[in-house]
Ligand binder design. Structure first.
Ligand code: SF4
Length: 415
């Protein structure tokens, strides 16, 4: 679609093999997962309790996977089910979870629907979007030619002292309050303007699970078109102009842009089960090693255990994903090496981006009034030696990082 499928990166067998489903959805050859979920009838009696609903998810997930794997080529689209369906079921479950919030590993169990008690993410039931736009800086498999359709949510469930999006993640009141209809309109605009995916990110998107599932459910409605009011509301925080590529913004056919989950990966197991039915590709951020660094730099206990458990689920489920690892200054031996070792030992086929663009930000920037001396060890950029040590270790362990990590250099240098 729009030359996406002709990009040189797909000549790389590891990349093509690891992202086959996502690529097919992006080029319009397969229905996005949320459309398959919309095609599967579900039994959801009005008096069903939450356990009943989870049992129904467990019963239908193999049906969903069988249908997904059996899909043929173009035109083998999933017809929407009459009545209650799997997409509606995950929406109902996300809202039930919101009343005793267990979206992420913090497992705060607060009733966010009441607004009075807020958990670690500081959010009630409301959702705010800081901005949305065609992101042209993501990896080439996501930015493609027309950009990754990125929607930035506010607040976070981690406290990374060096957060590169600190203005968004530390300020829950940043941006604009959105309802589900406005959020769906944002995704629809990005998809109709040619973005190759809808990139749910923050802060972290997990803490907005209910709102995202609502929006995806709306996008899955047959013949969905956003109302004028929703379009107007959405455009108030769109950071770029209207993209009108010939043949792209026609608006015909069902919405079928792949969904991308761009996250710190400390979601709960329940959230993973829901997202499995909606996300076509995953972009986990795997940053800290197994020691105290996640606690010291991000005030997040259980980081290693949670992130690795969720990564193993992706492998077990046969999902499409690429992993990001940000090299932090003075944390190559305690974080970078163990992360790369774990990937090499547990998922040697995973595509990895070893990122060298760390800059001291938020509480780690010595020139900022927010600077805290206790973060001095990460108050500079990584050195060239540190970055090279990360690359050398990845190479030594056979990690598949070069295609994505060096992709901006490969065409220029003819590598
Ligand atoms: S999203 Fe996570 S941090 Fe926020 S209330 Fe729920 S469990 Fe707590």
């Amino acid at each position: 679609m729009h030359g996406f499928d002709q990009l040189w990166i797909w000549d790389d067998p590891d990349v093509a093999g690891g992202l086959g489903w996502y690529r097919d959805v992006a080029r319009g050859a397969k229905p996005a997962k949320f459309r398959i979920a919309r095609s599967i009838a579900a039994e959801t009696p009005p008096d069903a309790d939450e356990e009943d609903l989870w049992r129904e998810i467990d019963r239908l997930t193999p049906v969903f996977e069988d249908r997904r794997r059996a899909l043929g080529g173009e035109g083998d689209a999933a017809a929407p089910a009459e009545g209650p369906n799997l997409l509606g079921l995950v929406r109902e479950l996300a809202h039930r979870m919101l009343s005793h919030c267990n979206f992420c590993r913090w497992d705060c169990r607060v009733d966010r629907t009441q607004g009075a008690k807020r958990g670690t993410c500081k959010l009630d039931a409301g959702t705010r979007v800081s901005t949305f736009f065609h992101h042209l800086g993501e990896e080439i498999v996501y930015r493609g030619r027309l950009g990754s359709g990125t929607i930035f949510f506010t607040s976070c469930n981690m406290r990374c002292a060096f957060c590169q999006n600190g203005d968004i993640s530390t300020d829950k009141d940043n941006g604009m309050a959105v309802d589900a209809g406005t959020l769906a309109a944002m995704a629809w605009i990005l998809g109709r303007e040619g973005c190759h995916n809808i990139n749910w990110v923050g802060g972290d998107p997990t803490i907005h699970l209910h709102a995202i599932v609502d929006a995806v459910s709306i996008l899955g409605e047959p013949d969905y078109r956003p109302a004028e009011a929703a379009l107007a509301a959405a455009l108030r925080v769109k950071a770029d102009g209207h993209f009108d590529f010939p043949g792209v913004a026609a608006g015909d056919g069902p919405f079928n842009t792949p969904m991308l989950w761009n996250s710190n990966f400390i979601m709960s197991a329940e959230t993973m089960k829901i997202l499995r039915l909606l996300m076509d590709v995953w972009l986990p951020d795997f940053k800290f090693g197994p020691g105290r660094c996640a606690l010291d730099l991000a005030r997040t206990p259980w980081y290693w255990q949670t992130a690795t458990e969720n990564l193993l689920l992706l492998k077990e489920w046969g999902e499409d994903f690429t992993i990001r690892h940000l090299v932090m200054p003075n944390h190559v031996e305690c974080c970078t090496f163990p992360v790369l070792d774990w990937i090499a030992d547990n998922m040697p086929d995973a595509i990895v981006n070893i990122m060298g663009q760390f800059r001291p930000d938020t509480f780690t920037n010595p020139r900022s009034p927010l600077y805290r001396e206790r973060y001095a060890d990460v108050s500079r950029r990584p050195t060239v030696d540190e970055i090279h040590a990360a690359f050398a270790h990845g190479k030594e362990r056979g990690v598949r990082f070069e295609a994505i990590t060096f992709e901006k250099d490969i065409p220029r240098l003819g590598l």
